[in-house]
Design a protein around this ligand. Structure first.
Ligand code: ADE
Ligand code: ZN
Length: 322
C-alpha cells in the first residue's frame, strides 16, 4: 500500500500544533524573538509530559503574531496535508491565540486563514474547514468570549466549536454556557475528553456539552457501559493513536484501544493532533494501524466514510469527499 497516496479524511489537527519546528524558528529569526527551552539539541520540540507539552506549545505560539503569520502557517500545513494524501481536513484554531480574544483581530485572522484554505483548495485540491476552540485552562470567561467571537463568525469556513487545553483544569460544567452560545449559533460541537483523564471525563462531557464528537475519548475503554453508550449514541471519536503513545497514555501501539473501540461499534476516526510534536503524520498513522492491527484498504475506506459522515461541513461538501 502507498501510505502517502491513499485518500484520508482528518478531523483533529491543531493549527499551531502542526507548525514544523523549522517554521517556528524561521519566524523567531525574522522577529528577533528568543525561544529558550522550546527545542532540543536535534531541533525538535522539547517536552516530557502533557503539562510541559502545553507550555512548549504556548511558547512556540509566541512568534505567531499576526494574521499574515497564521495565513503562512495554514498554507504550509495544508500543503503538507495534501502531500500526505489528506483530501479533507478540519483544523482547530483558537481566538485566544489568534488576536488574544479581540473581536476585530479575530475577524482579520479568520479572513487570512480562509484565504489560505481557499488558495490550498485551488492549488492542491484539499478541502479545509475550521473548528474554533476555547482553551480549558484559560477559564470559563475566556471560553465564553471565544464562543461569542466564534458564534459571530460561524459560516461556510468556521463550522465547529470545541475545547482543548489542560483536561485536568476546572470541571466540564464550567463551560456549559460557552458551548451553549456556540451551539445556538449553529456551530457543531466537539470537545477534548478521555485523553489525559479517564472515562469519567468523557461521561461528564456527554452529560453537559452538546457534542456529536469527542476529541480522543479513548480512555472511555476503561468503562464498558460508557463504550456501549458511545456506540449506541453514535458519538464519533477523533482518535490520535500516535499522539496518545507519544504522551504515554499508552506505552505501545499494541496497547492502544482503537481496535477494541471499533470492535465494540464505536465510530472511530484517525487523526494526528499535533504531528511534529509527536513525530507523526497521517501516512505513518495509517502504516502503523496496518502493521499492528492489520487494517487494510477496506478498513481505511470505512474509517474515512465514518469521518466524512461526522465532518462539520455542508452536505454538498460531504458528497464531494465521500
Ligand atoms: N492542544 C493541542 N494539542 C492538544 C492535546 N493533545 N490535548 C489537549 N489540548 C491540545
Ligand atoms: Zn487535540
Amino acid at each position: 500500500m502507498n501510505w502517502a497516496t491513499i485518500p484520508k479524511v482528518e478531523l483533529h489537527l491543531h493549527l499551531e500544533g502542526a507548525a514544523p519546528p523549522e517554521f517556528i524558528r524561521q519566524l523567531a529569526r525574522e522577529k528577533n524573538v528568543e525561544l529558550p527551552g522550546v527545542f532540543d539539541e536535534k531541533g525538535a520540540y522539547r517536552w516530557t509530559d502533557f503539562a510541559e507539552f502545553l507550555r512548549t506549545y504556548a511558547a512556540a505560539c509566541s512568534v505567531l503574531q499576526g494574521p499574515e503569520d497564521f495565513g503562512r502557517l495554514a498554507q504550509a500545513v495544508l500543503e503538507t496535508s495534501a502531500g500526505d494524501g489528506v483530501i479533507y481536513t478540519e483544523i482547530f484554531i483558537a481566538p485566544d491565540i489568534c488576536g488574544g480574544g479581540d473581536k476585530v483581530a479575530w475577524g482579520e485572522y479568520l479572513a487570512a486563514l480562509t484565504e489560505a484554505a481557499r488558495s490550498a483548495q485551488a492549488s492542491h485540491g484539499i478541502v479545509a474547514r475550521f473548528i474554533s476552540t476555547c482553551i480549558r485552562n484559560h477559564g470559563a470567561e475566556a471560553a465564553e468570549n471565544a464562543a461569542r467571537l466564534s458564534a459571530g463568525t460561524a459560516g461556510e469556513m468556521l463550522t465547529g466549536f470545541g475545547m482543548g487545553g489542560e483536561e485536568r483544569f476546572g470541571s466540564v460544567q464550567d463551560y456549559v454556557k460557552a458551548f451553549a452560545i456556540a451551539a445556538e449559533a449553529g456551530l457543531e460541537i466537539t470537545s477534548h475528553a478521555g485523553e489525559i483523564c479517564g472515562a469519567e471525563s468523557v461521561r461528564e462531557t456527554l452529560e453537559h456539552l452538546p457534542v456529536s464528537r469527542i476529541g480522543h475519548g479513548v480512555r472511555a475503554i476503561e468503562d464498558p457501559e460508557l463504550v456501549k453508550r458511545l456506540a449506541d449514541e453514535e458519538i464519533v471519536l477523533e482518535v490520535n493513536p500516535g499522539s496518545n503513545i507519544a504522551l504515554s497514555v499508552y506505552d505501545r501501539w499494541e496497547a492502544h484501544p482503537i481496535q477494541k473501540l471499533r470492535d465494540a461499534g464505536v465510530p472511530v476516526t484517525v487523526s494526528t493532533d499535533d504531528p511534529p510534536y509527536f513525530h507523526t503524520d497521517m501516512p505513518r498513522e495509517y502504516r502503523r494501524l496496518h502493521e499492528v492491527f492489520g487494517w487494510d484498504a477496506e478498513d481505511f475506506r470505512a474509517i474515512n466514510l465514518t469521518a466524512a459522515h461526522a465532518a462539520f461541513c455542508d452536505e454538498k461538501t460531504r458528497s464531494e469527499i465521500i
